[in-house]
Ligand binder design. Structure first.
Ligand code: EPZ
Length: 441
């Protein structure tokens, strides 16, 4: 007796046909991890800030929702976002919006700088394990802010005369904390020194836009950033083009090493990928660079290389899952050390399903290769793990289903589209979640 057909819940997924040979060209978007902060920086001044080359991805939509909740009018014209800020901008962000995007915590700095007050719901946990914001708060306190917790919300209050410049040595070169402090300091009275600052290209991009707005910043991209405060009314809206997404670019470059290539990735500054490209070359892939583009291809067998993730200019944690997939196809034993997010290795259980030979030892993973992978049903455990599992599906035998496409779409405007343009076969599907994961034939 067939069971009554009930409409079981479907899950969004990417279906990936294996044994793909990829070659061709990809043009990356503006960097997700810059655009989100540039949107927050628009809060610093009234008028219309224009951001060009903003990726059309879920995280950007979530940050736009935060700005709109604050009273900002945001409209998209192609890849340009026009952010119109009036006098009546609010200073509170609700829990449901912050839960969607923990990065929205970076509105704290600009709201404090402009209004002297901000109430931001505490960001929840995330797929990458514990992600504190203690360094953000400690730094803002160093600028004179009073921080209190009220009903799961962070309430920050500047002194009556506004924030006051201070020196703050970050115990860890936190990207988000550097950005929050940078935006808070632009109007703090005096000169602020941020020590052990994050040096990511996205920090340089944010500082560039703030300088164009009238802020006085030196040292962005180095471990010491100095900010000379200016009156908030001296800041003005600008048009800014978002820096190319080095993580999106690194993902496609890795795909070129994995699936033959040559794959040329345009729209990225190769100097933002120095170590990831050096690692690809160390495995034996052929890597060529030119201004604004990188080309990667695989002309011989790959060999295992060790890698350890670190803040920029170290190897980026956001490209660790993709390199780990490549290392499953390299001859030998590679040690992958994850120093930034303890939740990154949650992907390994999913990568074992198609047959990868992986051993976890604390924050090290031993990858033994080459192993022949076969199609399986796997779960994206976070944005970058999801993209990496799609890459694994491209090289596996048979069909791979990566559940949780929405994870991946948080950071990749059109991963299936670009991979198909390169010769792959990747499509978005709905899968019946009643089917036990891993049962895919
Ligand atoms: C940014 O996250 C990026 N996200 C991440 O990209 C990226 O992996 C990370 O920087 C490192 O490069 C955005 O820019 C939106 P951190 P962020 O502050 O700012 C600890 C992706 O996939 N920490 O440098 O949160 C924290 O727990 C995402 O695009 C504290 O303990 O990174 C983590 O272990 C994933 N207290 C480490 O530092 C704090 O106050 C790195 O955090 C702040 C951070």
């Amino acid at each position: 007796m067939p069971s009554p057909s009930v409409s079981s819940p479907m899950m969004d997924a990417f279906e990936v046909r294996g044994r793909a040979t990829l070659s061709g060209e990809v043009v990356v978007s503006g960097a997700k991890n810059s655009a989100l902060k540039l949107l927050a920086a628009a809060l610093l001044t009234e008028g219309t800030t224009r951001l060009e080359r903003v990726p059309d991805i879920a995280d950007v939509a979530a940050m736009v929702a935060v700005l709109e909740h604050l009273g900002v009018t945001v409209d998209r014209d192609g890849d340009t976002l026009n952010c119109s800020v009036g006098p009546g901008v609010g200073d509170e962000t609700p829990p449901h919006l912050v839960r969607q995007l923990r990065a929205s915590i970076v509105v704290l700095g600009p709201l404090l700088a402009r209004h002297g007050r901000a109430r931001v719901a505490q960001p929840g946990g995330c797929d990458l394990g514990n992600r504190g914001i203690d360094l953000h708060l400690q730094g803002l306190q160093q600028l004179g802010a009073t921080i209190t917790l009220e009903d799961e919300a962070i309430v920050a209050q500047a002194p009556p005369g506004g924030l006051v410049a201070g020196d703050f040595e970050l115990p860890y070169a936190s990207v988000g904390a550097t950005e929050n402090l940078l935006m808070a300091a632009v109007c703090a009275r005096g000169t602020t020194v941020i020590g052990n600052a994050a040096r990511e290209p996205e920090i340089v991009d944010l500082a560039g836009m703030l300088q164009a707005m009238g802020a006085r910043i030196t040292g962005a991209g180095t471990e010491e950033i100095r900010v000379e405060g200016v009156p908030v009314e001296d800041l003005r809206p600008v048009t800014h083009r978002v820096v190319g997404d080095r993580i999106e670019a690194g993902t496609y470059a890795t795909a070129g090493a994995l699936c033959g290539g040559p794959v040329t990735v345009r729209g990225v500054d190769p100097s933002h990928l120095r170590l990831p490209l050096a690692k690809l070359a160390e495995t034996g892939a052929e890597v060529d660079t030119e201004p604004g583009a990188v080309t990667v291809q695989r002309t011989r067998g790959l060999r295992a290389v060790d890698v350890a993730t670190l803040p920029f200019p170290g190897f980026p944690t956001d490209l660790q899952p993709q390199l780990t997939v490549l290392l499953t196809q390299a001859g030998g034993v590679a040690m992958v050390t994850e120093n930034v997010f303890d939740g990154r290795f949650r992907m390994l259980d999913e990568l074992r399903k198609p047959g990868a030979d992986l051993e976890l030892q604390g924050h090290h993973a031993l990858v033994r290769g080459p192993s022949s992978l076969r199609g399986a049903t796997v779960q994206a455990t976070d944005l970058r793990a999801g993209a990496a599992l799609v890459l694994a599906g491209l090289v596996a035998d048979g069909v791979t289903v990566v559940c949780g496409a929405s994870h991946i779409e948080r950071g990749y405007a059109d991963l299936p589209g670009w991979l198909c343009a390169l010769g792959g076969d990747v499509r978005r599907v709905g899968v019946d979640v009643a089917v036990p994961v891993g049962a895919h034939t």
